[in-house]
Design a protein around this ligand. Structure first.
Ligand SMILES: *Cc1c(COP(=O)(O)O)cnc(C)c1O
Length: 382
């Protein structure tokens, strides 16, 4: 029996040729391809923003918090139902995350819980577009405006996702960060993009992305005038995206809408095939918005008669790769112990966690693969 992995990247000949071109060109680190990828990304967003390529979304989130001036003593509100990267960057700045629950209907951060968590120390909110379904950003942005808070969107799942008809990345938040990790909707192996409408944030992120140098290496080495001189204006980081990675990104981005189309088809095929089974299918986007379908997250209904752990074991036994999104942060020892968190504080996230798992969903799956997963689900539930 052939194993069907949980996720696989979709890398074509265009990406491979572009990488080879970079290798032959002599520019293997940040150079013309990274710049082109940034320009292409701005175009994809429809203009009106700046894009700063980085070597991970984690790096992008870190740079975002640095650029908006988060520091020790500050609180940043985020969801417990996410990957640890969303919260760890808050600790990088010496600030404290304040975790709140998600809404059962969206699996995204609950705006009412955000309001309840605001204190005089609160400086920012990091919503996560869980699975590729948009957060209710109009609610989050209204709260932020009312309380004078900054908003950094963790859009690691959300390319392309729309919210109120607008692409995530073009909303009124301060910064939006995308991930190009291996299993995301487009990939550069490792990589990310920080997007902002604020030129000051973009400028700060560009400086901090590369050691706090006041010019990019590319500018230094390609300028026509002698340009050995540079100045360090801050103790920056090493977060630049290589041209090898950007070579992948340039072509992946061109396919992003076609990829999304295929992901949506697979999600729809699952929806139809799973209807009638004791399974809660993932929440859809609202009002005709675009869901990136990064993840297909199911929950076992009470009638399922099988535990989540046993269900996953039965799927693996049939050669189907599975995952869980997420083990909520309040259950991980570091977050639990540092912030004295308990499951009762996050009843929705906890309840979802106990019954959730994610089915394979990626563009290289055939319809036969999808049907095989559905057959395995039926067997696992029997
Ligand atoms: C993948 C992911 C990240 C981190 O992305 P990297 O590019 O691997 O740093 C952050 N937040 C969420 C919700 C993610 O899924």
């Amino acid at each position: 029996m052939k194993f069907l992995p949980f996720a696989l990247p979709d890398i074509g000949e265009d990406e491979i040729a572009e990488v080879v071109d970079s290798l032959r060109s002599g520019w293997v680190t940040t150079g013309p391809k990274a710049k082109r990828f940034e320009q292409d990304f701005v175009e994809f967003m429809g203009g009106g923003v700046e894009a700063v390529a980085v070597n991970s979304a984690t790096a992008g989130l870190h740079l975002a918090l640095e650029a908006i001036g988060i520091g020790p003593g500050d609180e940043v509100i985020t969801t417990t139902h996410t990957f640890t990267a969303t919260a760890e960057v808050i600790r990088y700045m010496g600030a404290d995350p304040v975790f709140v629950d998600v809404s059962a209907g969206t699996l995204c951060i609950d705006p009412d819980a955000v309001v309840r968590a605001i204190t005089p120390r609160t400086r920012a909110i990091i919503p996560v577009h869980f699975g590729g379904r948009a957060v209710d950003m109009s609610a989050i942005l209204a709260i932020a405006r009312q309380h004078g808070l900054r908003v950094v969107e963790d859009a690691a799942h959300a390319l392309p996702t729309t919210c109120g008809g607008k692409l995530v990345g073009t909303l009124e938040s301060d910064v939006t960060v995308f991930s190009f990790y291996a299993n995301k909707t487009i990939t550069t192996g490792e990589g990310g993009m920080l997007v902002t409408r604020d030129p000051a944030i973009a400028a700060r992120a560009r400086i901090m992305r590369l050691h706090g140098i006041n010019r990019d290496a590319f500018d230094r080495f390609t300028a026509t005038a002698p340009s050995w001189y540079y100045e360090i204006v801050a103790p920056g980081f090493k977060y630049n995206l290589t041209d090898i990675a950007a070579s992948l990104g340039i072509h992946q981005l061109r396919k992003a809408n076609a990829f999304r189309q295929r992901r949506a088809e697979i999600a729809a095929r699952y929806d139809v095939a799973l209807a009638g089974l004791p399974i809660i299918c993932p929440p859809h986007a609202e009002n005709g918005d675009c869901h990136s379908w990064h993840l297909y997250v199911i929950q076992l209904a009470d009638e399922a008669g099988v535990s989540r752990d046993a269900f996953i074991e039965r799927m693996f036994a049939q050669g189907i790769g599975m995952s869980v999104h997420y083990i909520p942060l309040h259950l991980h020892p570091y977050w639990r112990d540092t912030y004295k968190l308990s499951p009762e504080m996050f009843p929705v996230s906890q309840r979802v966690y106990e019954r959730t798992c994610s089915l394979p969903l990626y563009t290289r799956m055939t319809n036969a693969d999808v049907d095989r997963v559905v057959d395995a689900v039926r067997v696992a539930l029997a």
